[in-house]
Ligand binder design. Sequence first.
Ligand code: CA
Length: 314
Amino acid sequence: MEKFSYLQPGKPAVFKDQFVAKVNECVVPYSEGEKGDVGLIGLPFSKTSISLSQASDAPRTIRSCLSGFSTFSGERDLDYEDVKIIDFGDVLTHPTDMEESITRLHLSVKEMIDKNVCERYIMLGGDHGVSYPSIRAFRESFGEIGVIQWDAHHDVRNLEDGGRTNGTPFRSLIEGGYLKGEHLVQIGIRDFANAKKYHEYTKEKGLSVYTMADVDMTGIVPIIKKELDRLSKLVDIIYLSVDMDVVDQAFAPGCPAIGPGGITSRELLSSISAAASHEKVKAMDIVEIDPSKDFRDITSRLAAAAMLRFMYVQ
Ligand code: CA
């Protein structure tokens, strides 16, 4: 009889409870013919960040945080262990040619969509610059697009001063004709974090902007519901763009642009749940986490929890 061995060649030794399914166990790499519920892609690009950022490391860290969650919701008395996540991997970016990298991100998101094997998609950045090629790809594949952006900042900076950075994605989308101003909703915009000129730009282009004072007064979930109702009459699909710096620095210390006075982690999660339950919501990106600045992966763990709220809808 063969002697039993406790060695795990090529694998970490991880405790397994026979009754517990972990979210990472539901992730399978994409292969031809594979079908699933949620497509996952990493956009590891942050070289054009205004401040030094290693947000390109976040896709790996966020994926590893999925093992910290089970697939069971006690609140709903539902187990989501059958929701299959197809992982398309990370996009190989160019080491020096930034515009070429942005093109590769765009082509890769499009390639994932064109496989047509999932109902919904999650993009893991990267800095916020990745939303420009990503939203563009969804616009080209699905038609008129609406975007709900969780962010402390407008991200509509001019392109003359620094070219395409993590401060310009929504200006690039609006001026490229991919996104109409009135189809863009910004939530969590913070005081003393933006310029008057960009505040005026958002008014000129007809964006719906909700500041932190609006969130305090109205509550974030009613804002989301109202805007989903409005957007869904105007667009074919809705894309959620989640810049983690919308969350207060106490809950998201791993963002390059941390600050006080942001939303709580609970507000982030409840608002994503509210948005994800809408049938027109097809995609979500999560950006601006630099794991090298984080503490105990607090911010990446919150991103993983946000993924769960998006994937597991009632
Ligand atoms: Ca941003």
